[in-house]
Design a protein around this ligand. Structure first.
Ligand code: ZN
Length: 379
């Protein structure tokens, strides 16, 4: 969900919509204009049904945005950075950079979303009451918002990770066991189970003749079980890095070169002959940049002879770790900055290069050998 269209910022948080959101907007508008509103409020004109359907669909997404903003505000209040909020076909998601520090924080951040939805629903319902008994479209929209927000809260409180209810479950398990990893694993299994139940319900509905709503429910179940499985695998991957240090997987004493080295020679001598993907660029013993295959690919091949690596190297987001650092934060740094390698430095000295590929190779080896202690003996 990275390819989101940016709408703007709210309280400094970038808000965007994924292209799939427009599909949901269209489907919800259609089903309200042609189904729910004509059935519940007969006698309006065709145009009124469509206008009411569209406004109600937009208001639903505004409700979802408020739900996500409440998560974001709670996360910020607990000292966690919120990267963005994205609306997509199944609702919204607030990207929070790191995990909560305690089960209590996790519980709080998770539970405010459904609470916000219930509040929005309740206020909409009260506003509809205040409008009196007339069958006006505004009242119909408010009644719809009252109902749909409460449904949203109930759905989100189902106890399967990564739904809000699953996060609440995870917070409780985390508090009870003291292990975030174990809590995430169990809550993810619950999420996967819930996903399968939804798929089964959806298929059942399809066979019962309700093709569209059955398809929708099955689709949601599929999405949920996928998300849960991904979370579980991430935990498993993180677990297998416990106790592994940067120095265990780094390339020690990597070759370096000055900024004047022609790109052509970097390719022939370092990439092709020595199998390197990146080379630290050094001036007077100080690292000034890193040149990598990614940098080379950005210039046309016919210019490789004329350019020096100093002209194409990356020098604005140099990230470094220490040899004694744990691998998990190093991996996070790679992912956050979208890098393929990190410099391994200690007291200003270049000691190694940690590449994404060496970490992947380590994971594959571990899986193949079924060993949990490939490198620990070396410490
Ligand atoms: Zn939520």
């Amino acid at each position: 969900m990275d390819a989101a269209l940016r709408l703007g910022r709210i309280a400094g948080i970038p808000v965007g919509v994924h292209p799939s959101w427009f599909v949901a907007l269209a489907v919800i508008t259609l089903s309200l204009a042609q189904g729910f509103f004509p059935q519940s409020y007969p006698g309006w004109s065709e145009v009124t049904y469509w206008a009411a359907g569209f406004v109600a669909a937009l208001a639903l997404f505004l409700s979802v945005l408020l739900h996500e903003l409440s998560h974001a505000a709670a996360a910020r209040a607990r000292g966690l950075a919120v990267e963005s909020i994205t609306l997509f076909i199944f609702g919204g998601v607030a990207h929070i950079r790191s995990e909560a520090d305690s089960p209590r924080d996790e519980f709080f951040i998770a539970v405010v979303g459904p609470v916000a939805s219930v509040l929005i629903g309740g206020l909409s319902w009260l506003a509809a009451r205040a409008l009196g008994v007339a069958d006006v479209p505004l009242r119909a929209i408010l009644e719809y918002l009252g109902m749909v927000n409460v449904m949203l809260a109930v759905f989100n409180l189902l106890p399967g990770y990564p739904l809000d209810g699953g996060r609440v479950l995870r917070a409780i398990l985390w508090g009870a066991t003291g292990s975030l990893a174990r809590a995430t694993t169990w809550a993810s299994y619950a999420g996967q189970t819930l996903g399968f139940i939804f798929i089964a319900l959806g298929v059942f509905q399809m066979f019962a003749g309700q093709l569209l709503s059955g398809l929708w429910i099955a689709f949601i179940g599929w999405f949920l079980s996928n998300a849960a499985e991904t979370s579980r695998q991430q935990v498993a991957a993180q677990e297998s890095f416990v106790g592994v240090r940067v120095r265990d997987l780094m390339l020690p004493d990597p070759p370096t070169a000055g900024p004047d080295l022609p790109v052509q020679r970097f390719i022939s001598e370092y990439v092709l002959q020595r199998g390197l993907r990146a080379l630290p660029v050094v001036v007077g013993g100080r690292v000034v940049g890193v040149v990598s295959i990614t940098d080379v690919k950005e210039v046309p091949a016919e210019r490789w002879g004329a350019l020096a690596i100093g002209e194409i190297m990356t020098n604005d987001k140099l990230a470094s770790v220490r040899p004694s650092d744990e691998l998990a934060p190093a991996l996070r740094l790679l992912a956050e900055r979208d890098l393929n390698q990190l410099l391994v430095m200690d007291e200003g000295q270049l000691l190694g290069l940690l590449s994404r590929s060496s970490i992947i190779r380590y994971l594959q080896l571990r899986q193949e050998l079924g060993a949990s202690d490939l490198v620990r003996g070396r410490r």
